[in-house]
Design a protein around this ligand. Structure first.
Ligand code: C2E
Ligand code: MG
Ligand code: MG
Length: 562
């Protein structure tokens, strides 16, 4: 049954048998017609005529060499010169070794000695030649991208891996080339124009490959990959590629981005290496001019680290990996500094990375819209801690929590804070709110409304990081706040720089004019403390008194000082 099916498969193939000897045609014809339809020709010229009558249906040519009118060599040459015939395998009928070499050079695929061999061998040779040729066509069709002539992705990956096997020690680069906003280009200028751009890139890449011995493909619309031996001067390479492209395209609105990952790490999978080039390329996504970018492993590690933090935040909240620390604030208006309040500052006690400072994750979470959730958690934990101290230790101070910019946009902000206080039997005077100065300049109207409402409920509002933003005097005059927290930068230099000292005095005057208290944070030395006391600053927070403390340690301080 199997045999029949296989025969069926080959029975429709046509074989052109070109031989001037009728006897030969008859013997060979009889053998191969068991499996194929046979067309006979008496010489090269006749053969070409028969070919031209049915160019696409002939699967194999059996060709004698010595013939009148046109010999086998000449016909072989003609076949190779004609695009439609080139794909047809030719088996040359000869036993002359010298002739074999010549025929191979002219494109023959195999030989059949005369006198003819066992019919089974002949049929097997025919079958093999046809199979090989058909496989080759199939490969050709899938190996190359029809638009650009570069490899397709699958073959590119295959050949790149092969290259790695043969040349273990060669330093290689992976390069990605993309057209900026290609989809838009297509819809603005039409698909045909888009196709021409891709072809232009294809031929420019082909030029590079001639010089560098690399391979390239087009994968997905406008993404091109190049895998090539290390290029010494990437700047020169990229600039020259871009300038050739610009010259060819003559449209300043069409721009390219190139991502380069040099000295690829061979321990990574090839796909991974290309992703790194892509990663470098995607950094240029929003640029409007052609540009290139080289993969930076440090930057990438930082991105991965950030991704991990973002990914883990929810679980860390659920597992209480975030701990609230408390930094005391001292009132220095009297003879002796007096513990007056504290600021709640978050730390992430990460199971893998240890203690992570908020300087690392606060802005990250803010950019990714996660900060509100963390802030709620901090307010809640802080409220629970105050309640605990109030009830168990019988000593406590008001604690200020940080309210970030994104919280201000939350329409439920006030309800949320109120409900946290209610839940813990606290009043508005137990929890101060610190709002950074830049939040005020971002959205003055909304913040003024929100802050007014919070104050009418009894909350005390401190403007954090004062001096780091761009508050104007007239804006300050209309702001509803209870204290200005001077930005740490000023405090840092007041002992060394007369200018900063003067600025401090101005800021204290502003506070006086607004009739609000001033808090100085980041106070580290006795000298700074004395200058601030002398200048009339009321509240001090900083390492001079204490670092932010875990709740247990702050509790000891409460017991000692109150
Ligand atoms: P911030 O609100 O201005 O907090 C003051 C920062 O100064 C804290 O840094 C504190 O540890 C640090 N600090 C205090 N005294 C000194 C000192 O004498 N010398 C020096 N060099 N630093 C001092 P921290 O805890 O790293 O927090 C950094 C920022 O992260 C905070 O600045 C705040 O903007 C933000 N942050 C901290 N916790 C939270 C939170 O729960 N929610 C929100 N939204 N932001 C928070
Ligand atoms: Mg603060
Ligand atoms: Mg601050």
């Amino acid at each position: 049954m199997k045999e029949i099916q296989r025969r069926e498969k080959y029975i429709h193939r046509k074989v052109l048998l070109v031989d001037d000897e009728p006897v030969n045609r008859q013997i060979l014809g009889l053998i191969i017609q068991q499996h194929y339809n046979v067309i006979c020709a008496e010489n090269g010229l006749d053969g070409l005529r028969k070919l031209s009558e049915a160019p696409n249906t002939i699967s194999l040519i059996l060709l004698d060499l010595i013939m009148p009118e046109m010999d086998g060599y000449e016909m072989l040459k003609k076949i190779q010169e004609t695009k439609e015939y080139r794909r047809i395998p030719v088996i040359v009928l000869t036993s002359d070794k010298d002739a074999e070499v010549k025929c191979l050079n002219l494109g023959a695929s195999d030989f059949m000695p005369k006198p003819y061999e066992d019919p089974k061998v002949i049929l097997a040779r025919c079958k093999k030649a046809i199979q090989l040729a058909e496989d080759r066509i199939l490969i050709n069709e899938n190996e190359r991208d029809s638009l650009t002539g570069l490899y397709t992705r699958l073959f590119f990956l295959q050949y790149a891996k092969q290259h790695d096997c043969y040349c273990h020690d060669m330093s290689m680069d992976a390069i990605v080339i993309n057209i900026n906003r290609f989809r838009l280009v297509n819809s603005l200028y039409g698909r045909a124009y888009g196709d021409r751009l891709l072809q232009t890139i294809g031929s420019l890449i082909a030029e590079i490959l001639n010089d560098t011995d690399g391979i390239a493909c087009r994968c997905e619309a406008d993404t091109f990959y190049i895998y090539c031996p290390h290029i010494q001067d990437h700047d020169k390479f990229a600039r020259s590629f871009i300038s050739k492209f610009e010259k060819a395209v003559e449209n300043s609105r069409i721009t390219l981005r190139l991502g380069i990952y040099e000295y690829v790490d061979r321990t990574l999978s090839l796909e991974h290496r290309l992703d790194m080039a892509k990663n470098a390329c995607s950094k240029l996504r929003n640029t409007y001019k052609s540009d290139y970018n080289i993969y930076d492993s440090l930057l990438h590690e930082k991105e991965l680290y950030n991704e991990k933090l973002i990914h883990e935040m929810d679980r860390a909240i659920a597992e209480k990996q975030f701990k609230v620390f408390f930094q005391p604030k001292y009132d220095i208006t009297g003879d002796k500094p007096r513990l007056a309040s504290a600021e709640a500052l978050i730390r992430w006690i990460h199971p893998e990375f240890g203690i992570i400072s908020p300087g690392i994750f606060i802005s990250l979470f803010e950019e990714n819209g996660l900060l509100q959730k963390l802030d709620r958690y901090v307010w809640n934990e802080t409220a629970a801690q105050i309640k605990d101290w109030k009830e168990r230790v019988k000593r406590y101070v008001p604690v200020s929590v940080n309210v970030s910019r994104t919280d201000i946009y939350d329409l439920d902000l006030i309800d949320k804070i109120k409900s946290i206080l209610n839940e813990h039997d606290l009043s508005a005077s137990d929890m101060y709110l610190e709002i950074t100065e830049s939040a005020y300049t971002d959205n003055t109207r909304q913040i003024v409304e929100t802050v007014n409402e919070l104050r009418s409920l009894g909350f005390k509002i401190e403007m954090d990081d004062f001096g780091s933003g761009y508050s104007s005097l007239s804006m300050l005059a209309n702001l509803p706040i209870d204290a200005l927290k001077l930005d740490m930068q000023f405090i840092r230099n007041i002992t060394r720089s007369q200018k900063d000292h003067n600025l401090l005095l101005v800021m204290l005057q502003i506070a006086g004019f607004l009739n609000v208290k001033t808090v100085a944070e980041g106070v580290e030395t006795r000298e700074q403390y004395e200058i601030l006391k002398e200048a009339g600053c009321e509240i001090i927070q900083g390492y001079y008194f204490s670092k932010p403390l875990p709740a247990e340690d702050f509790e000891k301080l409460l017991i000692k000082e109150m």
